[in-house]
Structures are given as C-alpha cells and as structure tokens.
Design a protein around this ligand. Structure first.
Ligand code: NAP
Length: 321
C-alpha cells in the first residue's frame, strides 16, 4: 500500500509517500481501508521529535481515520467487513496517513451514511477530546456557561456543537472574521475575536458572573486570564498548550476554582464507550456535524501539516488517499 513514512524527525519535508507492506490486524483489531485521515496538531509535534510520544523510526503519522472495514481480527465481534467506520489508530505513533490502517476494536465506531468520510476523519480525536474535556473532566451540565477558548479549529468546533446540543450557554473565540462567522454558525451564542485587545472584558458584560467552564486551546497564552473570568467553582480544562506561563494561584482560591489537565489518549474503555455513545447520538440526531475546511491528497501531507499550525483555523484539515 501507499503510506506516508517518516524516516527521520524534522520539518514537514520528512513526510514522504512510499510503498510499504500492508498491515495486518491482531485478534482484537480491525483493518480499515482509509478514505480520509484527519490531521491533528499533535501529528506535527511528534514529527518534530520533541514530544512525549516519540515512535521508533520509521513510522506512519496520523491518528484519525474514516473508511471501510476491510478485515477484522479473529476475536472481533462488534464490527463486520464492509462497515462504514471512523476510528483512531494508536499503533506505533499513529498509522492513519495511509491507504490501510489498523485500529483496536474499542477505538472504531460506526459512521452513519449521512456523515462523509472526510467528516468522519474529524471525529475521533477532536470530538473525543471535546466530549471528554466537557463531561468527564469538567463535569459539564445543562445551564453551564462554557467558554471555548479557541473555537474555530477541530476540537473547538466539536466543543461548540456538543455544548450547544446539551443545553449549555456557549461563548467561543476565533482569531479571524471568517473563524468568528464559522463559530457562530456552529451554534455559539456569542463569539469573540481572541486577537482583539481586551476581548475578555466583554465576557463580564455577557455573563455577569463569569464562566463555569473554560476549554482552553492555548494555555501558555491564556491560563492566567482564564482564572480572572471564572465563576465560583469554575473549571479550566487545559486541552492545548505550547509553552510555559506564569499564573497567580491565588486567583483559584477564593473561587474554589480548578485547573484540569487532560489528554484524549488517557480515556479508558469505560470512558470510550460513554464518549462514543454520546457522539453516535449526536451524529444520529444531526446536532454533531464536523466541518472540513481543507481536503488534500495523501501525497500532500507536508502541506497539510504546515497548514494545521497556521493561524486562521477553519474546522478540520483532512488527507484523502
Ligand atoms: P486547530 O484545529 O489547529 O485549532 C487551533 C485553535 O486554537 C483555533 O481555534 C485557533 O484560532 C485557536 N487559537 C489560536 N490562538 C489562540 C489564542 N491566543 N487563544 C485561544 N485560541 C487560540 O487545533 P485543534 O485540533 O482544535 O487542537 C487545539 C489544541 O488542542 C492544539 O494545541 C492541540 O495540540 C490540542 N489538542 C489536545 C488534545 C488533548 O487530548 N489534550 C487533543 C486534541 C488537540 P484561530 O486560528 O482562529 O486564531
């Protein structure tokens, strides 16, 4: 099969399309014929070689796939050959940027006919992360005010749609006019531009008492300010971070506030069942609709990884083999 291979850590130029042997599923794994692969910022951190996850070389990047089940392992009971699915492939640093990918059975889920493969490639990591951040880490409930701080990208759009569908008041931010319009169209009640000076002051006008939950996509820039705009017993979930920041811990004390870290890869089997049952319901009732902003052929993986790190996010970037 054709796959992107990384033979040395480095810039986007190390992503090369090569011929490699077809992978085989283990007993509790599924082989997926990839129709689209999602591009996540973490794919670029891993490719650079300076991330906590450092696969042995060579490896094929990418975690999110959507496609058709080609073959199932001998102990797989939940899925059949020919099924439309989305899923995450976690073997050896990823494996999604390829024509075929192997996923563990509990990381593969049915993809309804109304959802395209390109949209399906934007479900696993982004929607899984948004769901886990909201409901498992922040214990979100209807009536909560949620700030999705960085709402125009893959995780942010997912969070806006999920929170809105569950009765929360949703405030999103984006860094461009186009992003602001996109976030509004996804159901945010209010949208602010995080590149405008003093934009967080408007939150006080909008909410009166601050926000119950912040889903933070760039903690190294925003965490200290997030603590200012939290309501009593507010929670900040650190979804994304790209450096260090100084905060004043005193800001958490009077409010009983919590700062919660997370990574989607920590989800245990029980959480995965909960997360993907929730996503399935939202796909069925039409409240969850991944936005694909850019679609590129697999051979242009380098271009896609450059684009995912540029400002001006607009939903997901996907690769099509
Ligand atoms: P993405 O599609 O590239 O989106 C990035 C988002 O960050 C955009 O909405 C962008 O807005 C926004 N942003 C840029 N500058 C910002 C600022 N000063 N304040 C607030 N937001 C800002 O990436 P993604 O897939 O949504 O992921 C978002 C972050 O979460 C990344 O750092 C990623 O590595 C991380 N992540 C973590 C997990 C986990 O398990 N913890 C899982 C997935 C992703 P504009 O471009 O409109 O300015």
């Amino acid at each position: 099969m054709k796959a992107i291979l990384v033979r040395e850590f480095g810039g986007p130029e190390v992503l090369k399309l090569e011929d490699v042997p077809d992978p085989s599923p283990g007993a509790r794994q599924v082989l997926v014929r990839v129709r689209a692969a999602g591009v996540n910022p973490a794919d670029t951190y891993i490719r650079n070689g300076a991330y906590t996850l450092k696969p042995a070389l060579p490896y094929t990047p990418g975690f999110d796939v959507a496609g058709i089940v080609e073959r199932v392992g001998s102990e797989v009971t939940r899925l059949r050959t020919g099924a439309r699915v989305y899923g995450e492939t976690l073997a050896h640093g990823g494996g999604a940027y390829a024509e075929l990918a192997v996923c563990d059975e509990d990381r593969v889920h049915p993809l309804p006919d109304r959802v395209s493969f390109q949209q399906g490639a934007g479900l696993g990591v982004p929607y899984g992360t948004a769901w886990r951040a909201l409901f498992i880490r922040a214990q979100a409930k209807a009536g909560d005010i949620v700030l999705v701080h960085g709402a125009s990208g893959g995780v942010g759009i997912a969070a806006v749609q999920i929170a809105r569908a569950h009765g929360m008041r949703v405030i999103g931010t984006a860094g461009t006019e186009r992003g602001v319009a996109l976030v509004r169209a996804q159901g945010a009640h209010n949208v602010l531009n995080h590149r405008e000076p003093g934009y967080l002051k408007r939150l006080v006008e909008l909410t009166g008492h601050g926000v119950d939950i912040v889903l933070e996509m760039l903690a190294n820039v925003n965490l200290d300010h997030d603590l200012d705009i939290l309501a009593f017993r507010g929670r900040v979930v650190i979804v994304g971070n790209r450096g260090r920041i100084e905060i004043d811990p005193r800001k958490t004390m009077g409010k009983d506030a919590a700062i919660l870290g997370m990574t989607q890869f920590n989800a245990d089997p029980a959480e995965l069942r909960q997360i993907h049952a929730g996503i399935a319901a939202g796909l069925e009732n039409g409240t969850l609709n991944p936005v694909v902003g850019k679609e590129l052929p697999l051979a242009q993986a380098a271009r896609a990884q450059v684009a995912v790190m540029e400002p001006g996010a607009y939903g997901k970037i996907v690769l099509v083999p």
